[in-house]
Design a protein around this ligand. Structure first.
Ligand code: TRP
Length: 334
């Protein structure tokens, strides 16, 4: 609890360009949570180096992501938006937690197995202990809730297990975090293979709408979206493409599925897809404009980075000190 509010933590990697799925599924809803929760949103650059990065590129992307957080509506006065690498307690707590996580547990992580099979030339131990760093992220702020996608649930479970194990030995040190899965956000699927999640790492660029896509590109991608031959805009199990476009439309216009289906009754897929495209453009254009404005204001962004890193550090240090004491590190002489 901070100021009588529950604490919420989440993070995103600055690798790959954010998609409409990231926005509608996460960011858009994050904006609404700051009244209810004390929110920390980290750009998790330390996680990013578990796979090889171009340094200049990583730095640029990290800054863009933080700027995008603000452009998408996260108020940096109300939300703590910061770089993970600016708070060294993440690394320090991760080390300690490494000593309480079992290899057997990490061996079971499906994302590790997946990434290891994709990057056979660089299966480093950071990739392996990635979930422990993620646990440290969450536990440092005594987070009560963690909005994550399904793919991160296994990591969150590990975080809970390690926290409970630690508490079992040392008393109530960590708040045990809950997932926030499915309670918020639309799950947006690929425009080309609507059975698959829209992903920033999809090789087919037509499958994803990126937050920075220009209006023509957005429209073109919507028009090319895979549908079916039923020629009827309805929310049916056997129409995954149309369902996905309806989800996008509804998330962008804040209409209900029912309303949207009525609206397109008797209309063809061409008209429907144009309307979906328009709805996406009307949501993304203001974010893009704001992003461009913010990007030119270096001093403003720098000041946010500095102030929020200090705030994050303050809370992180509190937990870290407590943990260090529990495990038996000597007291600091002041
Ligand atoms: N691993 C998460 C992802 O790739 C990002 C992340 C890092 C995270 N630390 C976190 C998410 C803590 C939630 C909480 O999506």
């Amino acid at each position: 609890m901070i100021d009588n509010k529950k604490v919420l933590f989440s993070g995103m990697q600055a690798t790959g360009d954010l998609t409409l799925g990231n926005y509608l599924g996460a960011l858009k809803n994050w904006v609404t949570l700051c009244d209810e929760y004390e929110c920390f949103y980290s750009v998790v650059d330390m996680h990013s180096i578990t796979v090889r990065q171009d340094p200049a590129e990583l730095r640029k992307r990290a800054r863009n992501l933080l700027t995008l957080y603000i452009a998408a509506g996260l108020d940096p006065e109300k939300n703590c938006l910061y770089y993970q690498s600016h708070v060294s307690a993440h690394a320090e707590l991760a080390w300690i937690l490494n000593c309480y996580a079992y290899m057997g547990e990490l061996n079971r992580m499906t994302q590790f197995k997946d990434k290891a099979s994709k990057h056979t030339e660089n299966i480093n131990t950071g990739l392996y202990t990635y979930p422990v760093l993620m646990a440290a992220d969450i536990l440092l702020y005594q987070a009560d809730v963690v909005p994550v996608g399904k793919d991160q649930m296994q990591h969150l479970e590990l975080c809970r297990d390690v926290a409970q194990r630690f508490n079992g030995i040392y008393g109530e040190v960590f708040t045990i975090p809950e997932g926030y899965l499915g309670k918020i956000g639309a799950k947006i699927m690929s425009l080309q293979e609507p059975e698959k999640k829209m992903s920033k790492s999809d090789e087919n660029t037509n499958a994803s709408i990126y937050l920075m896509d220009d209006p023509d590109t957005i429209m073109r991608k919507c028009k090319r979206a895979v549908t079916d031959s039923k020629a009827c805009v309805s929310y049916e199990e056997d129409q995954p493409g149309i369902r996905n476009l309806l989800d996008i439309y509804c998330a962008c216009t804040d209409k209900s599925t029912q309303e949207a289906v009525l609206e397109f009754e008797g209309k063809g897929y061409g008209d429907f897809k144009s309307a979906v495209g328009e709805s996406v453009i009307s949501v993304l254009l203001p974010i893009q404009t704001r992003f461009k404005e913010l990007s030119t204001d270096k001093a403003y962004i720098d000041q946010i980075i500095k102030a929020n890193a200090e705030k994050a550090n303050y809370y992180a240090q509190k937990t870290l000190r407590k943990v260090q004491k529990k495990v038996g590190f000597p007291e600091r002489i002041r």
